[in-house]
Design a protein around this ligand. Sequence first.
Ligand code: SF4
Length: 861
Amino acid sequence: MPAALAKPDLLARLEQGHVAEITVVTPNRRLAQDLQREFDAHQIAKGLTVWEAPDILPFGAFVERLWEDALYSPIAEMRGESFPLLLTGAQEKHIWQEILKDSDFLLKEATALQCREAWRLIHQWRVGTGAANEDALAFSSWVSQYKRKTQGEIDSARLPDLMAGYVDKLKTPKLLVAYAFDVMPPQTKEFLEKLHYSECEPEALTASLARSSFPSAKHEIEAAASWARARLEEGKARIGVVVPDLQKRRGEVVRVFSRIMQPGYNLPGAAKTPMHFNVSLGRALSTYPLVDFALGLLEFAFQSVEFDKASRLVRSPFLGGADSEMARRATLDARLRKDADSTITLGKLIGLADPCPVLRKRLEAVFEITKTKPESPAEWARHFSALLEAAGFPGERALDSDEFQTRAKWHEALGELSRLERIAHRFSLNDALSFLKGYCAETLFQPESPDAPIQILGLLESAGLRFDCLWVAGLTDEQWPLAAAPNPFIPIAQQKKAGVPQASAEASAALDKRITGEWKRAATEVVFSYPLKEEDRGFAPSPLILDVEEKSVAVPDYPRYRDLIFASRNLEKFQDSKAPPVVPGKVRGGTRVLADQAACPFRAFAKWRLSAEPLEEPEAGLDARDRGKLLHALMRELWTRLRGSSSLSSDPGPAISQSAAAAVKEAGLEGRFAELERERLAKLAREWLEVEERRAPFEVAFIEQQRDLQVAGLQFQSRIDRMDKLKDGGHVLIDYKSSRFLSPKQWEGPRPDDPQLPLYAVAAPEELAAVVFARLRPGEMRFMGYSRNPNVLPQVNAAQSWPALLAAWKKDADALGAAFAAGDAHVDPKEELKTCRNCELQTLCRVYEKFSGLRTGKNGE
Ligand code: SF4
């Protein structure tokens, strides 16, 4: 039995400094840091200003330190062979991955991590052998290969066993204390026993306990954050909040705590003041913008990438010349969105980057370097560094503290790649890039920040820590105790026998019961909470907290920054819905202006007078606009050849194929895709001609004719798709459309959805017999519209009164034109938010403020 040391005695021994030759080992880094902080507070409370730093470190780091001592001591020489070198975690994983290369497992990276974990468990818990399932048999054959591949090396799983044989030959502390080991694996215990260790437990506090429920996990986390702020304001110095699934919910938790601790934290220009809280788990290194850029650039240097990735690189502040060329690069990006394909290569981007000379020079330098072909991990690491340097990484502006630390971490990642040289001599580009991406995705990182009073922790990280007050969230019957999670490569019976926690439901429940008991002693106020519902699943409290009395916890309601502003409003009414009148003359946008004016006056004003247009996104294949152009080109080519109904009596086949070919050529399509489009268009044309064949005789009067239309003193340019002259007199005005949602009702005023054809009709000098859409939709082809008399076109009804219809259209068009000309710019969507659904101007017009909960009056006043 190890000797027990009380916590005050431990602190007293640490006070003596190096004379006491005392080392404290903890199960993890967090506990080591916490004990260190507690010791510092203890010294400050005694009025000291300087003291010796105590030797407190995690158990693993202590063993590694002994290994380093041995490496540079005569022991290494005494062995007669070199002392085994310690593999890094990345090297261990790579060896497992190499072994798994030929296995049937699909997720090799994840499987390699599970193998590494199984190897650790076997050593740490002294798991014996026994009847094995298929996976375990496969694992034991991989283990033989692993042992062969790591001959002469040592890994973290076996290091304590190796070093246990040398402790009597190395300088070890006089007193070794194991602090807060709630669960001690046999391997650790055997090692520590060799050093005659003592045990020390954190002090047990007497707490007032409460159990509380909340409608949802979101409400629960908001309550925990408000409670933490209230306790902080009361002067509590150490507040703990334990959140289940912290890794998954990290973003949400940080947002809620930031908002409640410092409303307005995310306003542009807001000071980066300490937030008073610290989240124990970092984010994946690859999610930091600086690392995302570095990985993105390395990928782009060698292969084509999707446009949005290349666009991010062009606009990134981490690319050389980003500040001096900021405006030019933004313009280039907007242009690329119009002209580039959905994927892009470095060579292509260089060709398009003329407007940004610095960018072009940087990319050319990168391109030059890609011509050399490294072969080993270390060469790739140097090559990648050179590529990034050529790109001007990490940009012109000074890095802030977080970015600076992130860059150091990125260099560590390159260092890890380089260190693979020890175990892998040949490495392809794919190997090197996959390693870096995998390493950055698996490495959790958090830039260092000053110690914060509120600690947000995951479920299993709080063990052994002490607080003034503690809130443990998410304790539902589903979440706590945790479900068993045995390693798949070790038979469960062996894991159970060895006492591996999480190996079985009973072991997991026993461990979690101990942790719950530990929470009850971890602070003087402890709140256990759980959500009642998530989506449509209802929850009960965890059986492990049923003995705690259900009480409501007073949680202040801290307002949001938005609400603070709104509450302190001192409104001055200012009607700003009228723009200066439009100068009479030509108007940009053609008749689409009037369609937008009808949908929402602000939309027409913003789009056609302010040129507020969304950035485009290149799409793979043809987008809707390209398809519309193809369709119009097909019809133009077809009727240029056919010229009227008389040619339909002979075989229109040759005209159809020629027209489809001409339309595809005009669109610049090539290869197999062009062939498919030709076939599709020819089929479409054939089906359409069947509709045309059912009509009374006609001649095509003109195709795609440009006309200027005058409305309310403004001149709108229009292009009529086709005008037919009927043999019996009169003209038919035709507009090609392929939309499913098409109806002549879209012409009805006073705010017509599509005023284009009515406007053409009222302005046409020809005597019209019908105004129609030609719906060119496979399986749904037909004319839709109105005619002056019955039976002018198949399926087209005669208007009740043709003159009245034209007069109504004219009135609507005049009214819309006059409103636009007068500068009417009301935010007034025709069908409220339904009209806004596909409009990209929502952030400009702030329509959601008008229709959101902040609204107090009909007009948002
Ligand atoms: S989002 Fe709605 S209100 Fe805003 S401009 Fe578009 S249509 Fe008008």
